[in-house]
Design a protein around this ligand. Structure first.
Ligand SMILES: Cc1ncc(COP(=O)(O)O)c(C=O)c1O
Length: 422
């Protein structure tokens, strides 16, 4: 018998423990033990975003169910009816067969979003990993916003492995995009990949400016609109239609799990682009499909989004966002976002970010403490996600608790930042 230290599996694990990211995570969980809050086990949820963690009751300001549709009776009923009719899964890759609800849902998504066609994937991550390498070849250029979501970055790595040139441009900066496209010529086509809403800061893409530059340089925009689907734009169509008016030069990715609160993702595009992606997108061809019960539930979600009910859910959400932003502004905090349900409060130092999150947690409010590598080093934030079914008194409670937090941890104030900038 080999001793365990020389076993191949242990050697593999040893090598992984030496990798940068594992070292950082191990360091963070030891250094900040007790305040790290990264492996919460939730035992119960309630209708107004209540959360129970290890016997501790909290109000949940850390999840993506922006419209509260995860608890909607019609959506739950559709899911159950879908399981009754189709069973729990449709066990074939879509390269071989699709169930009828999948085709119907793709047509329904396209009608809702306003494109000719749509293609469903099991997640936005799988859409980005499949579609980005599918859209470009070695003569082409893939341009990525420096803060684009990790799944865009990983999709770009796959394209790079296929011989495609990848370049980045400064976050949300049309003049940087212009320079990068000029400097990267010649190329056959270019695809510019951005987020519609940046998930850590809540920043919204400067879409008209980026689209103009893209068109001037024979480039197409690829917009990961995961955090805008169902919460921004008319009927929740997202950022693109609202800011550009059409999808002529855009391929858009939408999310079916965040605000839609079900499961899956879609790419909305022309019929021809859909046909091409079906043949070239490996995660579509070689992966399994979204289970039919979820397709039925998404279909009901779209019925809700395209009905009068959406207006009341959305106005409740907008009202809650405005209440949160107004309350936090009274503390003069440095607020990022706030035009979408993501509101990030700058803390800065990693330890202070974890301690601040734990302070709120101990007083009954869960928000996410976000640090490097999700944001820049020393640019940690408390990320608040507002939902339509948060109660006004819970929003006020969180705001007041931020007031108490300021007596313990001195967070950056917007007045200080303004005076430094002046
Ligand atoms: C912009 C963006 N894209 C993709 C994802 C991942 O989406 P999914 O869970 O559907 O893979 C996220 C998740 O937060 C995101 O913010």
């Amino acid at each position: 018998m080999m001793d365990s230290a020389t076993q191949p599996m242990e050697q593999l694990a040893q090598g992984l423990r030496r990798s940068k990211i594992v070292k950082f995570c191990d360091y963070a969980s030891q250094r900040y033990a007790g305040v790290h809050l990264k492996e919460l086990v939730v035992s119960e949820v309630g209708p107004a975003r209540e959360l129970r963690v290890a016997g501790h009751d909290l109000v949940n300001f850390g999840f993506d169910s922006f419209l509260g549709l995860d608890q909607h009776p019609r959506v739950k009923k559709a899911l159950a009816a879908g399981a009754e009719k189709w069973g729990t899964q449709f066990g074939a890759s879509r390269a071989f067969a699709s169930c009828q609800p999948e085709y119907e849902l793709e047509a329904k998504i396209a009608r809702w979003i306003g494109t000719e066609s749509a293609l469903i994937y099991p997640s936005v991550t799988l859409a980005n990993l499949g579609a980005l390498p599918a859209l470009v070849e070695p003569q082409d250029l893939l341009v990525v916003d420096e803060f684009a979501h990790n799944s865009i970055v990983e999709g770009a790595k796959l394209a790079s492995a296929n011989g495609v040139r990848i370049v980045t441009f400064a976050h949300n900066d049309a003049s940087s995009l212009q320079r990068v496209l000029c400097d990267s010529k010649p190329y056959r086509h270019a695809v510019v990949a951005i987020d519609g809403v940046y998930s850590m800061s809540g920043a919204i893409a400067a879409m008209p400016e980026l689209d103009l530059v893209a068109r001037q340089h024979n480039a197409v925009l690829y917009v990961d609109d995961a955090h805008a689907t169902a919460v921004l734009g008319e009927q929740g169509r997202g950022t693109v239609k609202e800011s550009l008016g059409d999808y002529e030069n855009v391929i858009v990715v939408g999310c079916l799990s965040k605000a839609c609160s079900v499961f899956g993702a879609f790419i909305a595009c022309s019929s021809e682009m859909q046909r091409l992606l079906k043949m070239r997108s490996n995660t579509f061809i070689f992966g399994g499909p979204v289970p039919p019960p979820y397709l039925e539930a998404v279909s009901t979600v779209i019925d809700i989004l395209t009905s009068g009910e959406y207006d009341s859910l959305r106005s409740q959400l907008d009202c809650n966002i405005a209440r949160m932003v107004a309350g936090l502004s009274r503390h003069d905090l440095v607020i990022q976002g706030g035009r979408s349900p993501i509101i990030s409060i700058l803390v800065g130092d990693e330890e202070a970010t974890f301690l601040a999150g734990k302070f709120l947690f101990d007083r009954g409010y869960y928000v996410q403490s976000v640090t490097f590598p999700a944001v820049r080093y020393h640019a940690g934030v408390l990320r608040i996600q507002v939902n339509s079914n948060h109660r006004a008194e819970d929003i006020d409670g969180l705001v007041n608790t931020f007031g108490e937090l300021l007596d313990i941890i001195p967070l950056p104030r917007s007045a200080d930042i303004d005076s430094q900038a002046a």
